[in-house]
Design a protein around this ligand. Structure first.
Ligand code: SAM
Ligand code: SF4
Length: 337
């Protein structure tokens, strides 16, 4: 029997892992076309298939009632979704939500940073793979780095603490910039995290196995220029952190290939269409849009569905860069990272 008393029903899977962290993608669209994330000619989901902002808020409420205390809004680029501020304002009022966070490419932050802070956003991750304007344009296929730099300044000016910069590192594209990126972040009071490229979706730009640059290689490069000590710090995510000697700031690594992080997985993802994904690297999923639309006023049914989904959360991902085809055909922009 499935009871729906939120006090007694936490989201715990078959392996005893409790889900306390949800990443909610609010759109699959984006104003950039990063070469590791999207193909040049993407087909986006028709707008009527996307969850409405009201449906997203219902989901957020249901998750928080079931013990989720961290919600990250992601995309696509979340800040290109119309009226998105309203969702942040509504979620920011939820009792029990400890952390309301955002992952963004930063291009719209100059416009939004102050309002996001006022809405209750606790932390922001900003993606920036290079400091060089030409490389930035090449890696994003159409981006203007000055907008992102202005966005970073606006987020700092709005008073966000411990902003984190994220960079995906590709061999021969930006691997020689890791030291500069860390210095750029730390000099401005931000942490820096490096991400290994994951084989999600067909991207049509490069061979992912050839472009692979491991976290261990980055760490080796960084240690030529700074002292880094492994830190016990945990932020509820899969990153490993290193403390820089003489600095308050850290360097993190998300390394799905070289250091599998599935044992302590505490998260699920929801796509912009309302598909609940139980693992980034597997297809196990549940159609939450159907549940939301079949029961427009009964949040108990939504909580029941979430509870049942714990039975299909897989043990871990099976990423393989050598596979001829990506094993997962959805792009990172559909999932939100
Ligand atoms: N547009 C926002 C941004 O770029 O921050 C949020 C969505 S984006 C999909 C979230 C994160 O996923 C970004 O830091 C991006 O660099 C990363 N990402 C995208 N595709 C990836 C891939 N194939 N492998 C690893 N990280 C990827
Ligand atoms: Fe857009 Fe983010 Fe994907 Fe880049 S990584 S194309 S900014 S969704």
């Amino acid at each position: 029997m499935i009871a729906t008393n939120p006090d007694t029903h936490l989201l715990i899977d078959r392996f005893g892992r409790q889900v306390t962290y949800v990443r909610l993608s609010v759109t699959d669209r984006c104003d950039l076309r990063c070469v590791y994330c999207m193909s040049e000619d993407m087909t986006f989901v028709p707008r009527e298939q996307l969850l409405t902002l009201e449906e997203m808020f219902r989901l957020g409420k249901a998750f928080v009632a079931m013990g989720v205390d961290k919600l990250r809004i992601t995309g696509g680029e979340p800040l290109v979704r119309r009226n998105i501020l309203k969702l942040f304002q509504d979620l920011g009022q939820l009792d029990g939500l400890r952390d309301l966070t955002l992952t963004t490419n930063g291009t719209q932050l100059a416009r939004y940073a102050k309002d996001l802070k006022a809405a209750g956003v606790t932390r922001i991750n900003i993606s920036l793979d290079t400091l060089n304007p030409e490389r930035f344009r090449a890696l994003t296929r159409l981006g203007d780095i000055t907008k992102v730099l202005e966005g970073i300044d606006a987020a700092l000016a709005a008073g966000f603490q411990r902003i984190k910069l994220n960079a995906v590192i590709l061999k021969h594209r930006n691997h020689d910039e890791v030291l500069d990126l860390v210095n750029f972040a730390h000099q401005r009071g931000m942490d820096m995290t490096f991400i290994e490229e994951m084989p999600l979706g067909v991207i049509g730009d490069h061979d992912r196995a050839e472009a692979f640059y491991s976290s261990d290689a980055i760490l080796r490069d960084l240690r030529q220029g700074m002292v880094l000590e492994e830190s016990a710090a945990q932020t509820g995510g899969p990153a490993r952190y290193f403390q820089r000697e003489g600095s308050d700031y850290r360097v993190g690594f998300i390394s799905p290939h070289s250091h599998n992080f599935c044992d302590t997985c505490n998260r699920v993802r929801v796509t912009a269409e309302g598909r609940l994904l139980l693992c980034l690297g597997q297809e196990h999923s549940l159609d939450l849009r159907r549940v939301l639309r079949a029961h427009p006023t009964d949040d108990g049914k939504v909580r029941e569905a979430l509870l049942e989904s714990m039975a299909i959360k897989p043990q871990g991902h099976e990423f393989n860069l050598q596979a001829a085809q990506p094993m997962i055909f959805r792009h990172m922009s559909a999932t939100g990272g």
